[in-house]
Design a protein. Structure first.
Length: 115
């Protein structure tokens, strides 16, 4: 099982990024996919989940309306579209795949929001 995140970058406040999580080694369409973030000195927290059937849930009120999770089962890839970024969104973002009892993590991609 392998998850590889990409798309992290330095971006100015108000900007947008799309993170990607490329999956391999398992049946991607059977797994729920989530994005987590870990800010410097903080614990890792879940941002959003999209189920294997395509239902999505946000877990952070601060990103509702700005961040959107999606998936493309044909490409074995999950995405996190992030708009109206602010410095509080600076973190390492991790992709997570779950189909109980199997859980996998990516290595993370760094997002820095700064002028």
């Amino acid at each position: 099982v392998q998850l590889v995140e990409s798309g992290g970058a330095l971006v100015q406040p108000g900007g947008s990024l799309r993170l990607s999580c490329a999956a391999s080694g398992f049946n991607f369409s059977n797994y729920d996919m989530s994005w987590y973030r870990q800010a410097p000195g903080k614990e890792r927290v879940r941002i959003a989940t999209i189920t294997n059937t395509g239902f999505s849930y946000n877990y952070e009120d601060s990103v509702t309306g700005r961040f959107t999770i999606s998936r493309d089962n044909a490409k074995n890839t999950a995405y996190l579209q992030m708009n109206s970024l602010n410095p509080e969104n600076t973190a390492v973002y991790y992709c997570h795949a779950r189909r109980a009892p199997s859980v996998s993590w990516g290595q993370g991609t760094r997002v820095t929001v700064s002028s």
